[in-house]
Design a protein around this ligand. Structure first.
Ligand SMILES: Nc1ncnc2c1ncn2[C@@H]1O[C@H](COP(=O)(O)OP(=O)(O)O)[C@@H](O)[C@H]1O
Ligand SMILES: [Mg+2]
Length: 251
């Protein structure tokens, strides 16, 4: 069965896009057909991690939302970015990086119903095992829709009081929307924190399973979204944790 996995955080810069790219990579390396949709239309970025020039894309998610193409026409096969390590496939549906197109979304909006139709079409047209949605931080219309449609919602947070408060908002909304499965991912945990303690606290506070507590990593910062971390550093503890996360989302 295919799963729609929405990856969300209440605040930006939490690690959504890097998590999406790594989770997709791990699933494709295990033979699955996966797509990542950049639904962060206001501040796109996951294409960078796959080394894709969004300006050079023939079609983007924006074109689909404005009726200029079918959603599958905006899908790019980025499997070659995995340097031959994948037995499955990864497709990327980038969002436009053109300032006029971003401004148009903010100014004119679009028919959000098309987004849900598009997700369903992608799963069937590309015969996907998993569709990963990289959402915009906070709660806007497309994020609410993505959460409402999701089979699994992954919520990323840092051990930070602002993130804690915001995450409780998302968790409450997701429960109201009846999301079947929810997992928390704590990211950028300072080395001075006891990660088991953080896990226990977060799990108790939200009454929700924590898939993993990832440490802050200088290597990750230094890679600076230039590549897929788990591909570059397959033996790094963070790559192991990304694998744990990926498996908890598709189990
Ligand atoms: N565990 C981590 N340790 C250190 N830096 C991280 C970690 N996870 C993500 N980052 C960095 O944080 C920044 C924001 O990550 P990104 O995935 O773009 O977040 P988002 O999509 O939520 O805005 C990037 O520079 C990324 O390399
Ligand atoms: Mg992002």
């Amino acid at each position: 069965m295919s799963s729609l996995i929405a990856v969300h955080s209440f605040r930006g810069g939490t690690g959504k896009s890097n998590s999406c790219a790594n989770i997709a990579t791990i699933l494709a390396q295990e033979g699955r057909r996966v797509a990542v949709v950049d639904a962060d239309i206001q501040s796109p970025g996951v294409h960078v991690i796959f080394g894709v020039d969004a300006a050079g894309a023939v079609h983007s998610l924006n074109d689909y939302l404005w009726g200029r193409c079918a959603i599958a026409d905006a899908a790019q096969d980025v499997t070659p970015a995995l340097n031959g390590t994948a037995t499955g496939k990864i497709f990327l549906i980038p969002s436009s990086i053109d300032p006029n197109q971003i401004a148009r979304v903010i100014r004119d909006g679009y028919d959000v119903g098309l987004l849900t139709e598009g997700f369903r079409a992608l799963i069937s047209d590309l015969s996907l095992d998993a569709l990963i949605i990289d959402t915009h931080p906070g709660l806007n219309e497309e994020t609410l829709l993505s959460i409402a449609m999701a089979d699994v919602l992954a919520i990323i947070l840092r051990p930070d009081q602002q993130d804690y408060e915001g995450t409780s908002v998302t968790v409450r909304v997701a429960r109201k929307l009846g999301v079947p499965r929810m997992r928390l991912i704590v990211n950028k945990t300072p080395a001075v924190f006891d990660r088991d303690h953080v896990r226990a606290e977060v799990e108790t506070a939200y009454d929700c399973e924590v898939a993993a507590v990832l440490p802050h990593s200088d290597e990750m910062m230094a890679l600076s979204s230039r590549d897929i971390f788990s591909l570059r550093y397959p033996d790094h503890p963070i790559s192991t944790l990304y694998r744990t996360v990926a498996h908890s989302l598709v189990e």
